[in-house]
Design a protein around this ligand. Structure first.
Ligand code: AP5
Length: 226
């Protein structure tokens, strides 16, 4: 199964991708994480991407498509993936279709997380991540059960992203509206898009995601999905 998670910065794509990975056993492919890893390793792609990311712009389609093409050729990507933060432009959307078609696959679900713009800055500026296993947290909405200790790996070192500040979030949001939101009709025309209320509590959004991916297991009390 191949799933796209779409939504503006801070919509909860990474949070829900982690849930889908754990609950449904799919590979999580985040182009943002891949780029941050490339920056940390100082690769040519990372060096080209670093300043653009820090300013909130989009990295070039060539770099991103090359990175995803290479990743999809690896054995652990054979069973499908959750694409988080990709595609982000019409060219990336077409490239993904071609890459999957060459493997006899196609996108099964596009999940759009809809969140009020006003909430995004709060979400992004309160976010922090485990420096060991990359699990995501938030100062108010998602704290570790034990203060200072990661719920998932027991690590005690946390990091914050350099692009998680109000000015950069405004640019990232503008980039989303101008370049990424226009790809939604491309998928809607194929009946693939499901819109979820990303303002709901994390667990409620996860239940709505489960209802899409595994309708048989959904409770009749789960949140309505349009
Ligand atoms: P990327 O890493 O993809 O960042 P983004 O799209 O801006 O998304 P975020 O990771 O900020 O947010 P998210 O939706 O995953 O939210 P999260 O779950 O963490 O990209 C970074 C940069 O890399 C881009 O700006 C660009 O430069 C470059 N890039 C990446 N991909 C690219 C591509 N394909 N093409 C070109 N350039 C590319 O949640 C945020 C916080 O909110 C967390 O703290 C979480 O705990 C909390 N939260 C989540 N859900 C809820 C909820 N329902 N209620 C309350 N709090 C919640």
């Amino acid at each position: 199964m191949d799933i796209l998670l779409l939504g503006p910065p801070g919509a909860g794509k990474g949070t829900q991708a982690a849930h889908i990975r754990e609950r449904h056993g799919l590979l999580h492919l985040s182009t943002g994480d891949m780029l941050r890893s490339a920056v940390a390793r100082g690769t040519p792609a990372g060096l080209a991407a670093r300043e653009i990311m820090n300013c909130g712009g989009l990295v070039s389609d060539d770099i991103i498509i090359g990175m995803i093409a290479e990743r999809l050729d690896q054995p652990d990507a054979r069973g499908g993936a959750i694409f988080d933060g990709f595609p982000r432009t019409p060219l990336q959307a077409e490239a993904l279709d071609q890459l999957l078609a060459a493997k006899g696959r196609g996108i099964n679900h596009v999940i759009e997380l809809v969140v009020d713009a006003a909430a995004l800055v709060d979400r992004v500026s309160g976010r922090f991540t485990c420096g060991t296993c990359n699990a995501g947290y938030h100062d108010r909405h998602q704290r570790p059960a034990e203060e200072g200790i990661c719920d998932h790996c027991g690590g005690d070192r946390f990091t914050r992203r350099p692009d998680d500040n109000a000015a950069t979030v405004a640019t990232r949001l503008a980039e989303y509206e101008a370049k990424t939101a226009p790809i939604l009709p491309y998928y809607a025309a194929r009946g693939l898009v499901r819109k979820l209320d990303g303002m709901a509590a994390i667990e409620s959004v996860s239940q709505a995601v489960d209802a899409i991916l595994d309708p048989a297991s959904a409770s009749i009390c789960e949140p309505v999905v349009s």
